[in-house]
Ligand binder design. Sequence first.
Ligand SMILES: [Zn+2]
Length: 281
Amino acid sequence: MIEACLTFDVDAESPVLAEGARHARNLGVMSHQAYGPLVGVPRILDLLREYHLPATFFVPGFTADRYPQTVEAILAAGHEVGHHSYAHRSPLAQSEEEERADFARALETLRRLGAEVEGFRCPSWEPGWRTPQIVAEHGLLYDSSLMDADRPYLLDTGAGEIVELPVHWALDDWEQYAYLPDPPFRSPIESPAKVLDLWTSELDAMRRYDCLFVLTCHPFLSGRPHRVEVLRRLIEHALAAGDVAFRRCRDVARRARADADTERRALAPVAVDPAVYPERP
Ligand SMILES: [Zn+2]
């Protein structure tokens, strides 16, 4: 039996605004992003209800402030709400002070709406080496942003231990569907058959190799009708296999922490000799 997490990053307008405040004036692109909370999330909640499946929604604080009813609907349906920064800016583009302030603001925003936040997913999967420490310092249980494994592991951050629930670009709908002319998000708009084949192939291989299957979808992308049908067929494929347990991320993280056999790792920052790797602009 393997564990599978259906995760939804409710980015809405935030990743576009992180590319520049000027995009707020573009009603067209704002409407494209608003589709997530307005249409995608309700449709995905219906799908999950139909199959009695739990899921995890990572919500930026900016989304939560703009669409508090979306967070309330997710919580009312029994799903987990996780931390996905406030402004959806990459930690690499922020000073430590800025990153810490953004992190604390998001946590406060989600808690005000009633979310018991236990996990973090870094925007754009671009954490800095200090990011896991910030997660640990705030007492969160887990992170889901790294790609150096495909099973849960315990990560010693130097400021406390957290569980890592690894992800991968191959199980992210952004690379399949995220097309915008400006900002230039230039993923192709793939056919549902191709995406279904990609994701079921990975699921079946992960069943063989006893991995954790973490699917990352964005409601503004995967909430569209033919893409919800990809999710439906993936779910039906997994349920028919009979050895896939759908769980919220927090439940996988708790089980991993309680399991004496879970691998332990420590952060090992990459030190660079400028004589070998000079800085390039
Ligand atoms: Zn995101």
